[in-house]
Design a protein around this ligand. Structure first.
Ligand code: GLN
Length: 310
């Protein structure tokens, strides 16, 4: 373990408590709007199995778009590279819920981490299943990755989003018109809203991300995916994981990362660490304000970066 990792985390937790610029919670999902921006948690699991954490690291929150990483991993397991006929692999340069590129690009979303792409992934995962089974399958996968059977879906958040998810309903219908959604829009979105409403703590998320730091191996459980697939998912997280702020995240933090509007971020340093941070206040791009800052501090303090020689 990096010497003093717990001390570094403690220092970051203290520094975040003193920050005044804390962003604002997502307002368009009932249930997220009322979250306090005072919350901050961080958990780090290293490649050698050590854990350091602080603040609200064990408090469950809505993982929202971080679920897109697990859903993508599952969809690739089901249909492999055929997925790339229906979803691209380029950063969108647009907001996570943008519809603008879909018309010119014939209903093929730019990548699996923007909403449109994740809705296609949910459609793939639904094939051959009832929606309840599809969600159950994803939940079992996440529990397996985190090695924690207590992880559940926050039904109230899922319901709230279904009631107000007009943009996602528009995206799904628009892609269905191009033939890129194969099931009923209502069923696909039901799955998508439930996956976004999975509640996990920073510790559980950092545990669930271990396979991405270890070339697809899950400590204690064996291989989850091939090294090549792990490398590719990390590449997508780096280039697309923070929407139109992905470049800035790579510049400041230098790690593959995936954010969610619940205020969580999962970040991976291959060979070194799986990290999760949470603070509900978001910046203008819809990514956690303090979460991003905390990861920047951690990268500075540890030297962790995929762009460094050691
Ligand atoms: N459930 C959210 C949505 O579809 C997820 C977005 C996010 O976390 N960026 O709008």
């Amino acid at each position: 373990m990096t010497p003093n990792l717990q001390a570094i985390v403690d220092e970051i937790v203290a520094a975040m408590a003193a920050e005044t610029e804390r962003g604002a919670p997502a307002r368009y999902i009932p249930g997220l709007a009322a979250l306090s921006t005072d919350r901050f948690g961080m958990a780090v699991v290293t490649a050698d199995g050590a854990t350091a954490m602080g603040g609200d690291a064990e408090m469950p929150f809505s993982i929202q778009s971080i679920s897109k990483v697990f859903a993508l991993t599952m969809a690739l397991g089901k249909i492999g590279d055929q997925l790339w006929r229906r979803v691209g692999r380029e950063p969108s340069g647009n907001a996570f819920n943008s519809i603008v590129q879909l018309e010119a690009e014939h209903g093929i979303p730019r990548n699996p981490f923007i909403n449109a792409g994740a809705i296609v992934v949910a459609d793939v995962n639904l094939s051959g299943h009832m929606p309840r089974e599809s969600i159950g399958e994803l939940l079992r996968f996440v529990r397996f990755l985190a090695d924690d059977e207590t992880i559940v879906v926050d039904e109230a958040i899922a319901r709230g989003e279904a009631e107000t998810g007009y943009r996602n309903i528009a995206l799904a219908n628009y892609m269905r018109a191009f033939g890129n959604i194969h099931h009923s829009v209502e069923l696909v979105l039901g799955c998508y809203f439930h996956q976004c409403a999975i509640a996990m703590s920073c510790l559980q998320l950092a545990m669930a991300g271990r396979f991405l730091m270890l070339d697809g191996m899950q400590p204690g459980a064996g291989r989850v995916i091939s090294p090549r697939r792990a490398r590719r998912i990390n590449a997508l997280m780096l280039t697309c994981g923070h929407y139109d702020a992905s470049g800035d995240f790579a510049f400041r933090i230098g790690m593959p990362g995936k954010s969610g509007v619940g205020g969580g971020i999962l970040a991976v340093v291959p060979g070194k660490a799986s990290i999760a941070v949470w603070s509900p206040g978001l910046n203008a791009s819809g990514n956690s304000q303090l979460g991003t800052l905390a990861l920047e501090r951690l990268a500075e303090a540890t030297g962790w970066s995929i762009f460094r020689a050691r």
